[in-house]
Design a protein around this ligand. Structure first.
Ligand SMILES: [Mn+2]
Length: 267
């Protein structure tokens, strides 16, 4: 897909940045994300609505709130949100969907300072965004009971703290987790079907397109009528809507923007 300079598109949707993660401990692609956002800005491409589909911040491994309070922390937030804000057209919508890693609260609230930071910048925070054609949710819905929610946060905080001293420990722990307790990734077609059926029910998809993130597995299915926006850890992917077409795109500094799939809205 050739993105046209100077054009205003309907939507930009992306998720799972896990911003503030330390590269020494966990590899990520935040530099590529910045490069993409800078590229779009330079080409004067704008969006009527920008939807962040959850896990934009990392707030489980460490406290995003504590980082925000430091002077440098606010600067880091600006580094991301200045770039995002620049892409929204005048009177455009800015939607911040709260994912599990954005919040340590089971009721999915953001730390007060971060909430008010986003509010000042005109971002609306919510758990589910919907209109007559699409439903966007992060996608962890239906995966965690209260007990596992808190146990998970508790464990990953310990792992991450330990990894501050022994960075390689993080990867070992993560691999162990994936082998034995993996419930946030889909490996088989049956798992994909089950995962999106549960999610579809939870968010009352109906005959609308369901857009989510969370699994970090970039994909689209005509049959299930779903899109997963992938992540900015490994896949470097995002979705652009133009009229009734949604394009799944990937980005790398080497190859630029590449089209991976197209889904047409059933109106
Ligand atoms: Mn998630």
């Amino acid at each position: 897909m050739k993105i046209k300079a100077g054009k205003t598109y309907r939507s930009l949707i992306l998720s799972d940045v896990h911003y503030l993660l330390d590269k020494k401990i966990k590899e990520h692609s935040h530099k590529d994300l910045f490069a993409l956002l800078d590229y779009l800005r330079k080409k004067e491409i704008r969006f009527e609505r920008l939807i962040l589909a959850g896990d934009i911040l990392e707030n489980w491994y460490f406290s995003a709130n504590r980082r925000f309070r430091h002077k440098k922390g606010k600067k880091r937030f600006n580094k991301l949100f200045d770039r995002l804000d620049a892409l929204v057209s005048r009177r455009g919508e800015k939607i911040y969907i709260i994912g599990n890693h954005d919040s340590v609260n089971y009721s999915l609230t953001l730390p007060a300072r971060i909430e008010s930071y986003l509010d000042t910048r005109g971002w609306e925070t919510m758990e589910i965004y919907e209109d007559g054609q699409i439903v966007v949710a992060h996608g962890h819905q239906g995966q965690y009971g209260k007990f596992f929610w808190f146990l998970n946060i508790f464990l990953v905080k310990i792992v991450y703290s330990f990894a501050l001293f022994f960075p390689r420990f993080f990867k070992t722990a993560e691999n162990f987790y994936r082998r034995h307790f993996n419930f946030d990734r889909n490996e088989t077609p049956e798992q994909v079907l089950k995962y999106y059926s549960i999610l579809s029910n939870r968010v009352k998809q109906g005959d609308r397109l369901l857009v989510s993130g969370h699994t970090h597995q970039f994909m689209a299915s005509e049959e299930l009528y779903v899109i997963n926006t992938g992540d900015w850890i490994e896949s470097r992917t995002f979705v652009i809507q133009e009229g009734d077409l949604l394009y799944g795109l990937s980005y790398s500094r080497r190859h630029g923007i590449q089209k991976e799939f197209t889904i047409q809205l059933r109106t």
